[in-house]
Design a protein. Structure first.
Ligand SMILES: C[S@@+](CC[C@H](N)C(=O)[O-])C[C@H]1O[C@@H](n2cnc3c(N)ncnc32)[C@H](O)[C@@H]1O
Length: 251
């Protein structure tokens, strides 16, 4: 159980099915319904273009298999979250600066950004050994979760120009980008420590108007605490969007 404080009220939330087979299966059903709804409502050509990208990501998973068996083979994002990423990457593609993602797993969010970024240089940091040791602040996760294969990610993204995959635990792997300036940074590392370290690295390297987006701000306690603490003494305003993302625009 975790506690959510809302005003003076404390709302207890049952968190016990998160990351279980049933929790993931439920998420798959909800995501499939959301995709249908977005396809129905978003008829303008601009968002239709984004939805085609999102639909392609969803087409990679077998709907019935992922609903019945849950698991991590399914996309970990809701359709609306992927559409948000596509829009942010599209807007930033004209802004200058490099793109980065920390935490790519099998490449869903990275591919969505690739399909909107144009020729921007995109650095993708992925440990491939899964999550680092987990602290008490990150109760949902286990060390080693989301391990994946570098060759699969390279194969998936090889056709996109100026895309560099850097293996290992960030920020130990940040050497090649120490001198870069960024306009689009997507963090999806699930844990407090990794989120905090990535913010510390990227924040001073963001262009004015550039965007840092973190997944899991809505429901992963380590992530929201890292983001809230980091920006507590900064001028930027946090903008939670979608089910579980937060966007920060650098001033
Ligand atoms: C939830 S998954 C990311 C999902 C991914 N964005 C997608 O599109 O499916 C979290 C990933 O973060 C990676 N990760 C966690 N901490 C990391 C770190 N410090 N450096 C690099 N990768 C990290 C894990 O290996 C894992 O693949």
């Amino acid at each position: 159980m975790i506690e959510i404080v809302s005003g003076n009220e404390v709302l207890p939330i049952d968190d016990s099915i998160a990351n279980t087979r049933w929790g993931m299966s439920l998420k798959r059903v909800v995501s499939r319904l959301e995709l249908l709804m977005l396809r129905y409502y978003k008829r303008n050509p601009l968002e239709q273009a984004g939805l085609r990208v999102v639909s392609d990501v969803y087409a990679r998973e077998s709907a019935m298999h992922s609903i019945l068996f849950g698991g991590n083979s399914a996309t970990l994002f809701s359709p609306g979250e992927l559409l948000n990423l596509w829009n942010q990457a599209r807007i930033m593609s004209e802004h200058g600066g490099a793109f980065a993602e920390v935490g790519a797993f099998k490449g869903d969010s990275a591919e969505v950004a690739c399909r909107a970024k144009g020729d921007r240089q995109f650095y993708i940091f992925e440990a491939f050994d899964g999550l680092a040791p987990v602290d008490a602040i990150d109760p949902r996760f286990k060390q080693g979760a989301f391990a994946s294969q570098k060759r699969d990610l390279c194969r998936r993204l090889e056709s996109y120009p100026n895309t560099t995959i850097i293996a290992g635990y960030f920020p130990d792997t940040a050497g090649p980008v120490l001198q870069e300036k960024f306009s689009y940074v997507h963090l999806d590392v699930d844990l407090y420590q990794a989120t905090r370290e990535a913010l510390t690295f990227f924040y001073p390297r963001m262009l004015r108007g550039g965007r840092i987006i973190s997944h899991d701000y809505g429901h992963c306690s380590g992530v929201w605490q890292a983001v809230d603490e980091f920006f507590a003494n900064k001028p930027e305003v946090l903008e939670p969007v979608g089910v579980s993302q937060v966007i920060v625009i650098k001033q």
